[in-house]
Ligand binder design. Structure first.
Ligand code: PLP
Length: 413
């Protein structure tokens, strides 16, 4: 099989990820589980350790040099994320623990303040549980009703079904930018146009979007965008909620505590300005600095180069997997409509057995429902095996995967 020329130097990128240079079960490791969590490059690890070695102190409190420096690093990281997302203003960037917390924040605060019985929130059957359960919780509290947009036989959202669901009752749609289970890239700007036409808001779960696709929240014209640090080469436990400033300003706080207040009086308090109104307690400053370093790392490679590289990898992976008898890959066929996340079934073999044998071959993949049980039900499968690639993966990794799937077939023949 011919190997396409890379559009950036993958070998150089791989050298930034020492974790990849190890053997698992006596074989050079192939890491194909980046949709669950990406690996971290040396510049990100070094930035976090340098922060603790030289700049660590609590932020927004001290009148001394070290605290001023930590605060400046923290707020500079916010500016980096604002520019990564092309936000209109850095005050629109709220630090959170990850995409899950970003969505919970909006569901709990905006939802509680704005949803009433009979109002509708539109989700899709592609969503990760993080973009379903928070809405179920707020729907149970407010009497709002959830609706789900269906997919076609390639796992693409059916915009004709969205049009049927949209109405004067719709208050918000919450939709993933990219499906973690099928790799489908959703047409967010188009969805935003339709959602806004009925006067509703659009929240985008960008946990899988930000690592792979250039994100411009202004061009996407969404109202909220949730990002996870650990899926885009940053640390775990940090993420960003971007929201339109006027919406964030109108929303009640999420958690109460230090940092988020203006005045605390015996019976009630007043709030700090956004984004600090939503950042109660000591934040993960090193995490924020590390996430900004990850954004800088990806920006240095360049989103166009990343996307072009990924398109080549997808084509190669489709050929490699397509050559294994009994493999059925879910999701869009056209590489332009997907990222390099491949959920598949191997006829007659349970995904857990597939993953166990792949592990013995040194290949890390995920098997299960991928936190997308609504989607699994829609696909009428209990689970799938998922191989998900990122900037450090090569065509060889998919050749190794295809060869190991032949081993699985032999074992279960
Ligand atoms: N949304 C999607 C599409 C995801 O893939 C994930 C993680 O698997 C999440 C949300 C949750 O993100 P986090 O781990 O940052 O809470």
């Amino acid at each position: 099989m011919s190997k396409p020329a890379p559009v950036f130097d993958v070998a150089a990128v791989r050298r930034d990820f020492p974790i990849l240079e190890q053997e698992i079960n006596g074989r050079a490791m192939v890491y194909l589980d980046s949709a669950a969590s990406s690996q971290k490059p040396r510049p990100v690890i070094d930035t976090i350790s340098a922060f603790y070695l030289t700049d660590n102190a609590n932020v927004h409190r001290g009148l001394y040099e070290l605290s001023r420096r930590a605060t400046e690093r923290f707020e500079a990281a916010r500016r980096t994320m604002a520019s990564f997302l092309n936000a209109g203003h850095e005050r629109e960037v709220v630090w959170v623990r990850g995409a899950t917390e970003a969505i919970n924040l909006v569901a709990a605060t905006w939802g509680a303040a704005n949803l009433k019985p009979g109002d509708e929130v539109i989700l899709t059957c592609l969503e990760h549980h993080s973009n379903i359960v928070p809405w179920q919780l707020v729907a149970q509290r407010t009497g709002a009703v959830l609706r789900y947009v269906d997919i076609d036989d390639q796992g693409r959202l059916r915009l004709d079904h969205l049009d049927q669901l949209l109405s004067a009752r719709t208050r918000l749609m919450a939709c993933g930018h990219v499906s973690n289970a099928l790799g489908t890239i959703n047409p967010i700007a188009e969805i935003a146009r339709r959602v806004h036409a009925v006067g509703a808001l659009l929240l985008v779960d960008g946990a899988q979007g930000a690592p792979h696709v250039r994100v411009d929240v202004q061009a996407l014209d969404c109202d909220f965008y949730a990002v996870s640090g650990h899926k885009m080469c940053g640390p775990m436990g940090i993420g960003v909620l971007w929201g339109r400033r006027e919406l964030l300003e109108a929303m009640p706080p999420y958690q109460g505590g230090g940092e988020m207040i203006d005045q605390v009086l015996p019976e009630a308090s007043t709030w700090a300005a956004v984004p600090h109104k939503f950042e109660a307690g000591t934040p993960d400053v090193a995490g924020a600095v590390g996430m900004a370093a990850a954004a800088d790392y990806l920006a240095a490679i360049g989103h166009e180069a990343m996307a072009a590289q990924e398109q080549q990898l997808i084509r190669h992976a489709q050929r490699a997997l397509g050559n294994v008898p009994g493999v059925r890959v879910f999701g869009p066929v056209d590489p332009a409509e997907r990222i390099a996340v491949f959920s598949f079934e191997l006829a007659g073999v349970h995904p857990h057995d597939v993953a166990t044998i792949l592990d013995a071959e040194g290949i890390a993949v995920r098997a299960g429902h991928h936190c997308a049980q609504i989607l699994m039900r829609r696909l009428q499968v209990p689970a799938t095996t998922r191989a998900s690639a990122y900037i450090y993966n090569t065509p060889d990794d998919f050749d190794r995967l295809a060869a190991a799937l032949e081993v699985v077939r032999t074992v279960f023949a």
